[in-house]
Design a protein around this ligand. Structure first.
Ligand SMILES: *Cc1c(COP(=O)(O)O)cnc(C)c1O
Length: 406
């Protein structure tokens, strides 16, 4: 018999790095989940921009089950069919000519940064090791990626940190230009800062970074872990901006909920990563390859991309209507289905209260820092679920407003 478990057990058994919600989801379908008490929740969080096709998508279930019955794992001494097919799908759909597979966004960025250092050491010498990143950026939790990230709260307690990483101001090309020189091996940037508050890059900023990297022989790395796989209404955000990176990291939605990450690059840069220079046991696992291949097939279609634009409007119209009545947000920003509502002065620092009130009302939403309520739902969420979710959000907002008045 299985042991019965509850939310309280988390506090006793888990390393306390998370503070999960008070309920425990047990099953889901589309963009609706149910908890242990059979209470339902509309999912505007999407597992943090992961469940791009919602939950329990029948085609993804089938892809996983069919592969589960054939071959789970071989290790990298052998390649496998699903991962080769996925590599070709990614190459055909993007600028990339080469792919490295791993299991998470942090690992994809770790591979990207190591590639940049290796390429520079091969071609420019050991002094060409500088990495330029941005304040408030988020690139993952390994020591290298947390150091590239621009939130010292996540890195300072783990010093000594990897060196030669400097941070410029996001969307401020001059501040980046002041740091980028011939000793720079890479610039790493999110086309939309996700964790940092859903802040889209200005097109001229990304174009300027591209020019600076070209001038100084530095690799331009786009961290598309959150913005990739259709999230912005383009398959990758770089396509929306019309600025092509040298290296791109993708994860989160790539597996639709099954762990997988990938680093995309060109022949020229991939050549520096010879046999034995990098690797991971699970990276390129056939189960992940089979699921991600199906995710790519289902998402990389013009009707799905158009659908993201349509759903963006449903959200923006609904959120604007709520805001006109309740006066909560000073800005609603983002692209496609990565949307951030920036709280105004009256509610500053209270994003978590909106998240908690939403859960009470049967709605899962994200925050991005203390001032931004973030939405990253399924790219195929139904109109009915969007309507119902926004209605629940409005009731939750009313509760927060009443709380703020007393
Ligand atoms: C989530 C995220 C990461 C880290 O991905 P993990 O899978 O958690 O390691 C890196 N970069 C960005 C932009 C992210 O949003």
């Amino acid at each position: 018999m299985q042991q019965s478990v509850s939310r309280q057990d988390f506090d006793q058994w888990m390393v306390p790095v998370y503070l999960p919600a008070s309920f425990v989801p047990v099953r889901a379908e589309g963009s609706t989940l149910w908890d242990q008490n059979n209470k339902d929740y509309i999912d505007f969080a999407g597992g943090i921009a992961v469940n791009a096709l919602g939950h329990a998508h029948p085609d993804l279930q089938q892809a996983l089950q069919q592969q589960a019955a054939r071959l789970w794992h071989t290790g990298n001494g052998y390649t496998n069919e699903p991962i080769l097919r996925l590599a070709k799908q990614l190459i055909d759909a993007t600028f990339a000519e080469r792919v490295f597979f791993c299991n998470s966004g942090a690992e994809a960025n770790e591979a990207a940064l190591k590639l940049a250092r290796k390429y520079a050491h091969d071609h420019g010498g050991p002094q060409k090791s500088g990495i330029v990143a941005f304040n408030n950026a988020f690139h993952g939790r390994t020591l290298f990626t947390v150091s590239a990230g621009g939130q010292p709260a996540y890195s300072k307690d783990f010093a000594p940190l990897p060196g030669e990483i400097q941070h410029a101001v996001f969307n401020d090309l001059e501040s980046a230009a002041a740091l980028i020189n011939d000793q720079t091996c890479a610039v790493i940037v999110e086309p939309i800062q996700g964790e940092g508050g859903v802040v889209p890059a200005e097109p001229a900023f990304l174009r300027g970074l591209r020019e600076l990297c070209d001038r100084h022989n530095a690799l331009l790395i786009f961290d598309e872990v959150q913005t990739g796989v259709g999230r912005t209404g383009s398959l990758y955000a770089y396509m929306h901006y019309g600025v092509t990176p040298d290296v791109l990291s993708t994860a989160k939605a790539l597996g639709g909920g099954f762990p997988i990450g990938a680093m995309l690059t060109t022949d020229k840069f991939a050549a520096s990563m010879g046999v034995g220079t990098h690797g991971t046991t699970y990276g390129g696992n056939p189960l992940a390859g089979a699921v991600a291949g199906k995710v790519m097939e289902l998402i990389n279609r013009s009707d799905v991309m158009d659908g993201v634009g349509l759903r963006h409007r449903w959200f923006i119209d609904g959120l604007n209507a709520i805001n006109q009545r309740l006066h909560l947000f000073k800005e609603i920003r983002g692209l496609g289905l990565l949307i951030g509502c920036v709280l105004n002065e009256d509610f500053s620092g209270k994003a978590k209260q909106f998240n908690l009130a939403a859960a009470e009302h049967g709605l899962m939403v994200l925050i991005a820092g203390a001032n931004v309520v973030r939405f990253a739902p399924s790219l195929v969420i139904s109109e009915q679920e969007v309507k119902e979710g926004l209605a629940r959000f409005e009731r939750a907002c009313e509760v927060v407003v009443r709380g703020a008045q007393v």
